[in-house]
Design a protein around this ligand. Structure first.
Ligand code: CP
Length: 294
């Protein structure tokens, strides 16, 4: 029974084992294989989600677990109850594992020290989003077989991106070369010691081009003059996409700001695997939930 708080502090072998197990689950023809029968999972989202929340629920149900969904807006959090008391309450009722998304970074680590059930990070602030990075690696491996030696450009709002951080930690463990491209206002100086910031021109000469959502909700002031200006400087426009090397794969964790960081027509273009990433999220989360509760 194991938590998954992030990818920075787990080994390459452990990540590899999750990816291998996800391949096993993807290959299953049966939609439901009840290896987690009689186990109770609770999904606690203190911040909005579509993909992560529903693919965890899908994964848990496909493994036969009983699923409870906690929505902060309809709970005693609205009366001022703390995150710790909320999770402790669900733990005391006999829940076997908790999937949790939190707005502030760092709270999850402290919470995990005081909670006995496995906790799975479904996104904590701008810190980590481990299951997103796992599904990203899984998607890359499916196309390229090997992660070693791949050049992966992560483009856009690096500063606020937990996806960029988890992908960086995991990809480097496998010997991939990660580089960032971002306007100055969206760079994270603390990450500069781990990966270099390159020009858009250089970033587009990569095996994988991962576009990040401009996280307008996390910016305090205007970070660029307009969406049109951002698109012109840092967007994956149709024109730029047409010049990508033949083998380059386009990724985006979604939700997508269409026609800001990526053009509408590029989202579902042949090089894009954005919806494949979402599909791969289910077997990855099956592997993670089995690891937590199996
Ligand atoms: N990629 C991702 O985390 O999407 P959601 O915010 O919809 O879960």
């Amino acid at each position: 029974q194991r938590s998954l708080l992030g990818l920075k502090d787990i080994s390459r072998d452990e990540i590899g084992a999750i990816l291998d197990r996800a391949a096993h689950w993807e290959a299953q023809s049966e939609k439901v294989v009840p290896v987690l029968k009689s186990k109770f999972a609770v999904n606690m989202f203190f911040e909005n989600s579509t993909r992560t929340r529903f693919s965890f629920e899908m994964a848990e149900k496909r493994l036969g677990a009983e699923v409870m969904n906690f929505a902060a807006a309809a709970s005693s959090v609205e009366k001022g109850e703390s995150i710790y008391d909320t999770v402790k309450t669900l733990e005391s009722m006999g829940v076997d594992a908790g999937v949790i998304r939190l707005k502030p970074a760092g709270v999850l680590q402290e919470l995990a020290k005081r909670i006995s059930i496995p906790l799975i990070n479904a996104g904590d602030g701008n810190n980590e989003h481990p299951t997103q990075a796992l599904l990203d690696l899984y998607t890359m491996k499916k196309k390229f077989s090997e992660l070693k030696g791949l050049t992966v450009s992560i483009i856009g709002d690096v500063k606020h991106s937990r996806v960029a951080r988890s992908d960086l930690w995991a990809l480097q463990k496998f010997g991939a070369h990660v580089q960032f491209c971002a306007p100055e206002t969206m760079q994270s100086p603390e990450l500069a010691q781990y990966a270099s910031y390159v020009s858009m021109e250089k970033a587009l000469k990569a095996d994988v081009v991962m576009m990040l959502r401009v996280q307008l909700e996390r910016h305090n002031e205007g970070v660029f003059k307009s969406s049109a200006e951002y698109r012109q400087q840092y967007g994956l426009t149709e024109e730029r996409a047409a010049k990508l090397p033949e083998h380059t794969m386009i990724m985006h964790p979604a939700p997508v700001n269409r026609n800001v960081e990526i053009d509408d027509a590029v989202v579902e273009s042949p090089k894009s695997v954005i919806f494949k990433q979402m599909a791969n999220g289910v077997p990855i989360r099956m592997a993670v939930m089995e690891r937590a509760m199996g």
